[in-house]
Ligand binder design. Structure first.
Ligand code: DQA
Length: 142
C-alpha cells in the first residue's frame, strides 16, 4: 500500500474562517475528511499534517524522507514565497512532492507569483480549491 503525506503550512489551520472569499468556506478538518475518504478508495494510506512553523515543516520533511513515504502533497502557504529552508528540505528529501495552492497564486499579488519550492517539486496545481489536493492524491496513487 502506498503512503502519502499531506502537509499544510501557516494559517491553513484557519481555513473556513480565513478570507473565505479567497479560500472557501471549508475547514481543514473538512479537507482532511475528504482526502481520507478518497485515499481509502484509492488504496492509499494518508498522513495529514499542518504547522504554522517553518522549522517544524523542515523537520517534518527530514522525518518523512527517512520514513519510507511514497509522496507528499505540499501547500507551503506563505512559506512558498519566502522559504529557502523549505525548498532545501523538499529538495534534500528526494521525495515526490506535488505543490498545491487553493487559490490561483498567479492571479493575486505580485509577491505570490514566485515559488521557492515549485522548481524542486514534481508538479504544481494552483487555483482549483480542494480539487487540487484530490488531483495530486490521484496522481501520487498511480
Ligand atoms: C495559498 C496561497 C499562498 O499565497 C498563501 O500565502 C496561503 C495559501 C493557497 O493555498 O492558495 O496561505 O498557499
Amino acid at each position: 500500500m502506498k503512503t502519502v503525506a499531506v502537509i499544510n503550512g501557516p494559517n491553513l489551520d484557519r481555513l473556513g474562517r480565513r478570507e473565505p472569499e479567497i479560500y472557501g468556506s471549508f475547514s481543514l478538518d473538512d479537507l482532511k475528511s475528504r482526502l481520507k475518504s478518497e485515499a481509502t478508495g484509492l488504496g492509499v494510506s494518508l498522513q495529514f499534517y499542518q504547522s504554522n512553523h517553518e522549522g517544524a515543516l523542515v523537520d517534518l520533511f527530514g522525518q518523512l524522507a527517512d520514513g519510507g513515504i511514497d509522496g507528499v502533497i505540499l501547500n507551503g502557504a506563505a512559506y512558498t514565497h519566502t522559504s529557502v529552508a523549505l525548498r532545501d528540505a523538499v529538495s534534500a528529501s528526494g521525495l515526490r512532492v506535488i505543490e498545491v495552492h487553493i487559490s490561483n497564486i498567479y492571479g493575486r499579488e505580485a509577491f505570490r507569483k514566485h515559488s521557492y519550492t515549485a522548481p524542486v517539486c514534481e508538479g504544481v496545481i494552483t487555483g482549483l480549491g480542494l480539487n487540487g489536493y484530490s488531483c495530486a492524491l490521484q496522481h501520487l496513487a498511480q
